[in-house]
Design a protein around this ligand. Structure first.
Ligand SMILES: Cc1cc2nc3c(=O)[nH]c(=O)nc-3n(C[C@H](O)[C@H](O)[C@H](O)COP(=O)(O)OP(=O)(O)OC[C@H]3O[C@@H](n4cnc5c(N)ncnc54)[C@H](O)[C@@H]3O)c2cc1C
Length: 450
């Protein structure tokens, strides 16, 4: 059954030069870079805070894959990390085994201040679910507010929603999940535990790493009896106060991240796994005897969903060939991290789904890098929309690399600079001068091959 909804008069709440939708890593990079062009910038975010998956799904270990390599971060990401450290140090972290980890709580406060000081106007609790399109041009977007729908008009719009919601509303074609069946990587609800016995988990060896390894072996041997089909157990910070701040354990498979029923199922399923795990950890892990389930992340986190069809589709082959595109806007280390959409082991250690066939994890090797082309940020059919973050135009395997938080912020930064150039030159984002874009990005500490 379907209803036809009546036409409505909608108040125009704001009119700006550049509108950024989504306040995750990509939206942060985009809004800051756009504001630095001197234009009026507004950022809309459906939640009450910035940070995207870092704060909303507790993904505080942004750059663990860089550990032990010669790669360093650059651009606005590096700037944020430095300024955050000046203010909040290492976030009480007493593990010394990885690059810097944020505290999602301090980061929320840091990002409010950072973006406001850069001149970005923020509007929270603003879920964008429609656009006003004329021909191939978006006039504005519609947000759902407590007072009903409101419109925001802008010259250039940057879609940094992770799911490509603005592009979807504007009719931009997209891919989702694997080519074969459209399945995405599993969704995860991360959580925090308090009351860990720090003295038993630190010292010569990293106790959390030892526990993670033993858990992996026990799960594969079918010894845990847990129903969540996840054998890996990455932890984030361990604080001096005995908090394991980011436990990345749960996985809900075969969920569509853009479907309300799928999202509901994923949240409920993962919370059930969390309680099971809590009881298991309390009874089985040394130093966990007195733990409390301290908090559950505000929302289920997803690693991939829609990927727009853009003027160029970045592929795994491009990454393997270490292609240097003429319109490169970022350099990134070659690595892949794709949890298989439906390949796991059951709690008895038996393979289900396709076995581990679809699971791809390849760490950084031999200082190999690739570049991301600007064209992958430009949708095929809308002339004032730029897309940034994990929903840019890429194949499924390439997405498992460009989904890295610092990569998302780099594509956001490029989108912000490009939007500034388009507004100043009164041209569309596809008409800007690429050398100008690259020159400004270099001035903003982004590494781009010459
Ligand atoms: C469990 C898990 C572990 C991960 N581990 C790592 C890791 O260790 N290292 C790493 O680099 N990456 C990791 N990732 C991937 C990384 O978190 C994402 O790829 C990255 O956050 C994507 O950034 P983004 O800005 O594109 O999107 P997101 O982080 O998803 O941010 C999108 C933002 O837009 C907002 N939004 C969405 N839709 C709308 C709308 N319609 N209107 C208004 N606002 C909207 C959201 O609330 C959110 O704030 C992990 C992801 C998960 C789920």
């Amino acid at each position: 059954m379907q209803y036809t909804i009546k036409e409505k008069q909608v108040e125009v709440k704001r009119e700006v030069d550049i509108l950024v939708v989504g306040g995750g890593p990509a939206g942060i990079g985009a809004a800051v870079a756009a504001a630095r062009s001197g234009k009026r910038v507004l950022l809309l975010e459906k939640r009450g805070f910035l940070g995207g998956n870092i704060t909303g799904a507790y993904v505080e270990t942004c750059n663990h894959f860089l550990h032990g390599t010669t790669f360093t971060t650059n651009g606005i990401y590096a700037e944020i990390e430095e300024k955050y450290r000046d203010r909040f140090g290492n976030s009480h972290d007493i593990r010394m085994d990885a690059p810097h980890r944020f505290s999602s709580e301090y980061l929320k406060i840091f990002l409010d201040d950072f973006l406001i000081n850069e001149g970005v106007e923020l509007m929270f609790h603003s879920f964008v679910n429609d656009v006003i399109v004329e021909g191939d041009h978006i006039q504005g977007v519609i947000i759902q507010s407590k007072k009903g729908p409101l419109a925001v008009k802008a010259e250039v719009i940057i879609d940094a929603t992770g799911d490509g919601d603005v592009a979807f509303s504007a009719g931009v074609p997209y891919d989702q999940g694997r080519d074969a069946d459209g399945l995405c990587q599993p969704g995860s609800v991360n959580f925090r535990l308090a009351g860990l016995k720090v003295d038993q988990l630190t010292g010569e060896v990293d106790g959390l790493k030892v526990i993670g390894k033993r858990f992996h072996d026990d799960y594969r041997a079918g010894k845990t009896g847990l129903t969540c089909k996840r054998q890996d157990l990455p932890f984030g910070r361990l604080t001096s106060g005995g908090v394991a701040s980011y436990v990345n354990y749960t996985c809900a498979y075969e969920i569509d991240p853009t479907d309300v029923d799928g999202l509901t199922q994923g949240e409920v399923e993962c919370r059930r796994y969390i309680l099971e795990f809590y009881e298991y950890a309390k009874n089985n892990f040394e130093g966990f005897e007195e733990i409390e389930l301290a908090s559950i992340a505000p929302e289920i986190g997803f690693r991939d969903s829609r990927r727009i069809k853009g003027l160029y589709r970045l592929t795994k082959e491009d990454i393997e060939a270490q292609k240097v595109f003429e319109d490169a806007i970022a350099v990134y280390p070659r690595f892949y991290d794709m949890l298989s959409p439906n390949a796991y082991m059951d709690g008895d250690g038996k393979m289900e789904g396709e076995g581990y066939k679809g699971h791809i994890y390849e760490p950084i090797r031999d200082e190999r890098t690739y570049t991301i082309p600007y064209r992958s940020l430009l949708p095929v059919n809308i002339n004032n929309l730029i897309v940034a973050g994990r929903c840019i135009s890429a194949d499924h395997v390439a997405e498992s690399s460009i989904r890295g938080i610092s990569a998302c912020m780099l594509t956001g930064q490029a989108a912000g600079v490009a939007a500034g150039l388009a507004c100043k030159g009164k041209v569309t984002p596809s008409e800007i001068n690429i050398q100008d874009l690259q020159a400004i990005l270099r001035e903003q500490r982004v590494v781009i091959p010459s």
